[in-house]
Design a protein around this ligand. Structure first.
Ligand code: PMV
Length: 330
């Protein structure tokens, strides 16, 4: 087993994944399209545990380590060992990245880095498609943090349970930036896996949500192809609110949006009225991600900083993904 350290960053979806077609095989019910960011990067190292070890040792530099992360990491490493000739226990250490389970795509960054590090440590294939496919088994959206730039994960591409995400445009395409308005970085009460299961099983709007997804993907691809930022924004905002509408109609209802989230959405609308090129998206948590053109990034950041209830504002750019390259591993 080779000691390996890798890094990966979150990705945010403009056309969202919400709901699984197959829980065991981790196949999404809908295609999704996202931007892989350049940070905040999480660093994950995987190394062999000592001969005394009776299990994997997982440590994150956040306290307390959320219990589901430990269990998910354990299950993930069991899968890695089942695919490998190496069967030893591992020591996994993770540092940095966004706060966990707050709707900031921490699990996407974590499992993308873990998939890459454990593939190398346990001698599994290192081609991007295989690493992305493996990352998906930790968290579906993690498959999208392996490639860089603008990325698609489409269940129509699945074959024999294998499915990886791929880049459709490079990070520099259209000169976009992402401003993250942090409303509340604490852990969300209902995680995304449980939230999407509830939505699928109880929301009368889940069917309508899945029915729109493929068309949203096609329209987003067309807007990207045409370099039409305003059209991309309309599609992304509508897709995001459709996802939340389907979740709110679950029983019990899932409301991830806080009052400050709505205030931030209203601010994005008014910044647009003032002539700035920007649009929002919101995941399973109250934070608001504002995609804008590079030339407007300072004005958008200032605008979001002034929203009551917004605690922090971060600026990220589209990033290169978490593919292993000599300067990104040790
Ligand atoms: O991959 P998960 O289980 O973390 O789910 C991610 C779901 C959303 O962030 C809400 C949407 C998406 O496509 O990233």
């Amino acid at each position: 087993m080779i000691r390996t350290t890798t890094r990966a960053a979150p990705n945010f979806a403009l056309v969202k994944y919400w709901g699984k077609a197959d829980d065991e095989a981790m196949i999404p019910a809908v295609p999704s399209l996202s931007i892989t960011l350049d940070g905040p990067e999480i660093e994950v190292s995987v190394e062999p545990a000592g001969s005394e070890a009776t299990g994997d040792d997982v440590s994150l530099d956040v306290a307390p380590v959320p219990e589901p992360w430990r269990d998910r990491t354990q299950r993930f490493l069991d899968l890695v060992r089942a695919r490998s000739e190496e069967t030893g226990w591992a020591v996994v250490k993770a540092r940095g990245g966004p706060p966990p389970a707050a709707g900031l795509a921490s699990s996407a960054a974590y499992f993308a880095a873990l998939a890459q590090a454990s593939s190398r440590a346990y001698g599994l294939p290192l081609d991007p498609e295989s690493v992305s496919d493996l990352a998906r088994m930790g968290s579906v959206s993690a498959a999208r943090s392996v490639p860089g730039g603008i990325v698609v994960l489409d269940p129509a591409d699945a074959s024999s349970g294998r499915l990886g995400a791929h880049t459709i445009f490079p990070p520099t395409h259209m000169g976009m930036a992402v401003v993250v308005a942090v409303v509340d970085p604490s852990m969300k009460p209902v995680g995304s896996s449980e939230g999407m299961r509830l939505t699928r099983d109880t929301s009368p709007y889940f069917e309508a949500w899945t029915a729109c997804a493929r068309e949203d993907l096609g329209r987003a691809r067309d807007a990207l192809e045409a370099g039409d930022f305003a059209a991309l924004g309309r599609i992304a905002e509508t897709n995001c609110l459709r996802m939340h509408a389907s979740a709110m109609a679950a029983d019990p209802p899932l409301v991830y949006l806080a009052p400050a989230t709505l205030a931030a959405l209203a601010r994005v609308h008014s910044l647009r009225q003032e002539g700035l090129s920007c649009f929002f998206t919101v995941d399973a948590g109250p934070q608001v991600k504002v995609v804008c053109l590079e030339e407007d990034v300072e004005s958008v950041r200032d605008g979001m900083q002034g929203v009551t209830g917004v605690q922090d504002v971060l600026v990220q750019r589209p990033g290169p993904g978490s593919l292993i390259s000599p300067d990104r591993e040790s």
